[in-house]
Every structure is written in C-alpha cells, then in structure tokens.
Design a protein around this ligand. Structure first.
Ligand code: ADP
Ligand code: MG
Length: 628
C-alpha cells in the first residue's frame, strides 16, 4: 500500500461534503459572502430547488481580477486579517466555501469592485479553474452555481424534491434576513417569489420588529415583547412572543450570536426555564433573540457550517436569557391582565425599592429618622398597647405571642369609633404610625392581607408570607445564639413515621435539641416529641413538621450536620409555625406584625422568594383616577 497526498480537487470535495450538504447550504455560504461584502440588496434565484441553478447577486463591494482568482483558492480569505481565530467579525473566515462549491459544481463568478473600470469573470468546473476574463456587470458580485453535485453523484441521491430543497433554502434566507434587517432579500423559484423582504427604515428595534413581523407573521408583531438586557459585556435584544402566542414545537425559536444564526440546546433550555410558570410543557413560545458579545467570549469554529457555537461562560449566557425573558414576562403579565392594571401594577413598588428609599435599618431597633416618635406610638397608658410590645423588646415574645389567641376584642378601627375619650390620642397614634415605612394597619381583607396606610400611600401585606419570614429570622437568631426557648408539651406527641426515618431522627436527636425540638425514638415506627420551639409552639402541626424534618435529614445524608442545614431546617419550622392565611387578626396584631417586619432583615420576601408586601403610592393612585 502506498500513502499519497490527495489531489486538491478531492480535498475540496471532501470539504464540500462537510460544508455543502444540499443547495440550501451552498446558498447560505454565498449569501453570507454577500453580507460580509456589505451588500444592501441580495437577489436569489433557484431552479429545480437549487439543483440545476442557484444564483446570488449582490450590490456589495465586489472583487478585483486578482481577488476573483484568489477567492476560489482553498483556504483563501480576506476575513482573518489578524490571524486571530478568536476575533472573528465576519460570517465567513474558513476560506473554503467557494473552492468547495467549485469542486462539486459549475461555478461562475462575475464581479466588479467599487472603483474598478471593468468587471471580471472566473469559472470553476468540477474543481478546474478557468482564467479571469473581463466581463460587463454592475458593481457587486453575481455567483451562479449550476448542476450542483454533478461531480459527486452519490450526494445527488440524498437530495429531496425540488420543493423540499427550495423550502430549506427559504428557511436559511429567512434566518439570515432576521439577523440583517437592513438588507433587502428577494428569492424566486420558477413558480413563485418565495422571499420578498425589503429593508425597512427606523430605529434599531423598529427595523428588527418589522423584519421579524414580515417573516413570522403579523400576529407575532402584535404579540411580541421587546427584549433588551445587558449583563457585563453581553447584550441581548430581540422579541419574544407572549405565552398565549405559542406553537407545538420549538421550530420557531431563533437564536443569533453576533449576527450568526446558531442552533444551540442552551437556548431551548433557557426558554423553557423562563416560560415554565406561564406555559404548559408541551407548548413552545415563538421568539428571536440576538446576543452580542465580545468575539473572544464565543468560539464559532466548532462546526464547519458554523451552526453551533461554544460559549466561554454558558452559565452567564443562560442567566442573561432567562433573566431577560422572565423580566419581560413579568411586565407583560400585568399588561395583558388588564389595561388599568398597567398603571397600578407598574406603580406598585417592591420591598427592595421601598426600603432603599425609606432608609430601612435592620441593625437599629428603631427606624432611622423616626425613632423619636416610636415611644409616643406605644404610650404605656393606652389600652391599645396592652398586648403590643415595646419596640425595644426583642421579637421573641410578641412574634410568638401575638397571634396565639384570636382576640375577642372588636377590631381596631371599630374601637377607635366607639371610645370617644381614647379617640383623640389614638388618632394621634395612627398618624405617628403612618410615619413608619409600613404605616398603620387599617384593615384586614380576605383574612389574608393587611392593608396599611403610610404617610404617602398604602401598603398591602401578605400576612402568612410576612410572619413566616419573621419566625424564620428569629429562629435562626436564637439558634445561632444557642438560646432556643422551648415549650414542654403537656402530652408528648407520638408521630408515626417509617423505620428509616425513625433511625435518622433518633440519631440526630442531640442536634435537633439545639433547634428546640426534643424528640426520641418510640419503637420501630414512631418517635415521640416532648418539647418544641416556643416560637412556633402554638401553631405547628407536629406530625407534619416531624415528617418534613425527617425528609430533610434523610436528604442531607450522614455527612452533613444539621447546623449546616440550619436555613433549611429553620425554613421548614417557620413554614409550619406561621400564622396562616385565613386567620383573622385584630389591629394590635396587624400593627405588631408591621413593626416587626421593619426590624427584621429580608422581611420584604418570604422564605420562598415571594414578596411579603407591595406598596402603592398615593400619587400613583391619583393617577389611576385621573386626578393628577
Ligand atoms: P470566506 O467567506 O470564509 O472568506 P469564501 O470561500 O466563502 O471564504 O470566500 C473567499 C473570499 O472571496 C472571501 O474572503 C472574500 O474576500 C471573497 N468573496 C466571496 N464572495 C464575495 C462577494 N459576494 N463579494 C465580495 N467578495 C467576496
Ligand atoms: Mg464565505
């Protein structure tokens, strides 16, 4: 056996096997060359689905006679001036498309450079290059590919019907056109004008949306959310369909990286993650996203046809996409729900913003700036504060005590109206209370939400979420300080659980004691609980708590101490031991909750990351009623 070098034509044909799979892939290479040449208009003709003729005419910068001759040489490119594979700013760079196509077809290129006197023409037939001849033509380049794959008949057998091949070509052109809305694209076959996409004028987003609407349909334009997000040196723009505008597969999800259409699983995963709360698993949103990032952040040289890319920081790209989509979905969720809602929900501010503005200060027991008023808010003589704590007290007593017994007293508001003597000072108190960031409780609605009045607006608190957060933070503090107060159960509670859980819990009983839970094994299939954390004693369903904790312990495995899982354990206990929605609260209870929230870190969110309250400013309410 002799080892020999392959002929250049054979090498080109092998390369063609990778890059040029069908007429549409040849077309992609030619149109990308036109875009790289700065064309603003590209005309395409297909005959026989591109098999007998495929022609691309552009008005780009054109080529000189020498360039024309070089262009069809293998590995000849004008697009890697610095030899830096990680700094690629053109669609092409491998310098193999033209020689590859020329090796398997009859290729003719006619071109005239911008300031040249004359145009030139070159042809390549089955890899045989002709000389360059003068030719009459306008500025720009026309490439004609006839009899594609005539030199590699095996490849011909894999081609589908002309109409199928043509539809692949249209698909490729549509993708290129999405990424290049400033270029006009026209594609015709023997039977029809299949693509007609004139460039449109306008700002960046208008042009982009116009092009997407031309391709994806008018409905897309009407149901799309604008995406515009930046993270470090990455910029994501584009349009994403509302959840209601969905399809049965992911075919209508387009991702472009630095202007290049890519197929990447990352996109599908990120889209799924972002829409999971708003769209059933079997439905897919329609979207086109354009990611711009420094060329060195992405490797496009993974795949000969450059359809796949590799990100240096895929996690960050995913985060950017998910974050941007979720943000858009949140905003548009309000938009679609009702038109009035736009104003209201847009005006409702989340805790993080409120706190920033109100100067919440968790370290100090009093609210900065209005601390002086706190003592007058809780005058020791008032009946009103009989069950309310002094602000200086720790949370423990009232967090634990305040919600235990449903109050028999009439509601706070009722009381104010009834007791004439008290009225004056209580009104004073109310006004003082309004100075607090979360204001004075005015009402409880649906036994779930507390409505409070602040000096310049209203606050709506989710009582369960808020209380859960308070219990959680307090419990964490007690445990960290090694000072957990417990309550002895008069009748120890026997909880039946599986054997594995019994042993897991008994083994951890010493650790659990530090959390305030005194528990021991009770036969093979049960444990007995003797003491529970005082903080949650009055509200917990001990049975459920033990079952959940056992799960937690089994999950953690033996290697991890419960202390390391402190947050999880506390969260579990807090969730079980918090005042439920549906529980009626009186004025004292509500105000106490508000004051405790102001003192507690992270009280703006419950343990599940949902907000515990929202705020609506008076001026926004006025806007809503057309009063300002
Ligand atoms: P690549 O695009 O990777 O550089 P190609 O084989 O596709 O490789 O093209 C080789 C070279 O021919 C390009 O680098 C470019 O300089 C030139 N060229 C190809 N098509 C055109 C065109 N339509 N207009 C101007 N120049 C072109
Ligand atoms: Mg190219």
């Amino acid at each position: 056996m002799t080892i020999r070098l392959l002929s250049p034509t054979l090498i080109n044909q092998i390369a063609a096997g990778e890059v040029i799979e069908r007429p549409a892939s040849a077309l992609k290479e030619l149109v990308e060359n036109s875009i790289d040449a700065g064309a603003s208009r590209i005309d395409i003709k297909l005959k026989d689905g591109g098999r007998s003729l495929l022609s691309v005419t552009d008005n780009g910068k054109g080529m000189s006679a020498e360039e024309l001759s070089m262009a069809v040489e293998r590995h000849a490119t004008s697009k890697l001036p610095t030899d830096d594979l990680f700094n690629i700013s053109f669609l092409g760079f491998r310098g193999e498309a033209l020689p590859s196509i020329g090796s398997v077809s009859r290729l003719t290129m006619t071109s005239k450079a911008k300031d040249a006197d004359s145009g030139y023409e070159i042809s390549v037939e089955g890899g045989e290059k002709s000389s360059v001849k003068p030719a009459a033509c306008p500025i720009g380049t026309r490439v004609e590919v006839r009899d594609l794959f005539f030199a590699t008949p095996a490849r011909l057998k894999f081609l589908k019907t002309p109409s199928t091949e043509a539809s692949h070509a249209v698909d490729i052109i549509n993708r290129l056109a999405m990424a290049n809305p400033n270029v006009s694209f026209y594609l015709s076959t023997e039977v029809k004008q299949a693509v007609k996409l004139p460039a449109s004028n306008g700002d960046f987003f208008e042009t982009r949306l116009a092009r997407l609407t031309d391709i994806l349909g008018k409905n897309f334009g009407e149901n799309a959310m604008k995406i515009d997000a930046v993270r470090e040196n990455m910029h994501l723009t584009g349009y994403a369909g509302l959840p209601t505008f969905n399809r049965g597969n992911a075919q209508h999800q387009f991702l472009f990286v630095n202007g290049r259409a890519v197929k990447d699983k990352l996109l599908n995963g990120a889209v799924r993650g972002a829409y999971q709360d708003v769209l059933a698993g079997s439905r897919y949103p329609v979207l086109a996203l354009f990611l711009e990032l420094p060329p060195e952040e992405v490797d496009v040289n993974v795949h000969p046809a450059k359809a796949e890319v590799r990100f240096r920081d895929a996690g960050m790209v995913r985060g950017l996409i998910v974050g941007a989509l979720k943000h858009a979905l949140t905003e548009s969720g309000h938009k679609t729900s009702s038109t009035v809602g736009i104003g209201v929900l847009g005006a409702i501010r989340r805790p993080d913003e409120v706190q920033k503005q109100a100067g919440f200060n968790y370290q100090a027991p009093l609210i900065r700036g209005i601390g002086a008023r706190a003592s007058s808010y809780y005058p020791s003589t008032s009946t009103y504060v009989s069950s309310a704590p002094s602000v200086q007290q720790g949370l423990s007593e009232h967090v634990q005590g305040i919600f235990d017994e449903p109050s028999a007293k009439p509601s706070y508001i009722y009381e104010v109206e009834q007791e004439g003597v008290e009225k004056q000072s209580e009104l004073q108190e109310q006004q003082n209370a309004e100075e607090y960031p979360l204001g004075a409780a005015r009402a409880q609605v649906h036994e779930t939400y507390i409505v409070a009045q602040t000096s310049d607006g209203i606050v709506i608190v989710d009582q369960h979420a808020a209380h859960e957060r308070l219990v959680y933070e307090q419990m964490k503090k007690e445990i960290e300080e090694g000072n957990v107060k417990t309550q002895i159960l008069l009748i120890p509670e026997v909880v039946e659980i599986e054997e594995s859980a019994v042993s897991a819990v008994s083994q951890r009983s010493e650790e659990l004691a530090k959390f305030g839970l005194i528990v021991e094994g009770f036969g093979d299939n049960a444990v007995v609980v003797r003491e529970v954390p005082a903080l949650i004693a009055s509200r917990i369903d001990i049975n459920k708590l033990v079952v959940d904790l056992a799960d937690e312990i089994l999950d953690a495995g033996e290697a991890i101490s419960l202390k390391e899982k402190l947050h999880d354990v506390c969260a579990t206990m807090a969730c079980h031991g918090s005042v439920r929605s549906g529980r009626r609260l009186n004025g004292d209870e509500m105000n106490t909750l508000l004051r405790d929230m102001e003192k507690t870190p992270h009280s703006g969110q419950c343990n599940h990351g949902r907000p515990t309250y929202v705020e609506l400013k008076l001026k926004d309410i006025e806007k809503l009623f057309g009063r300002s």
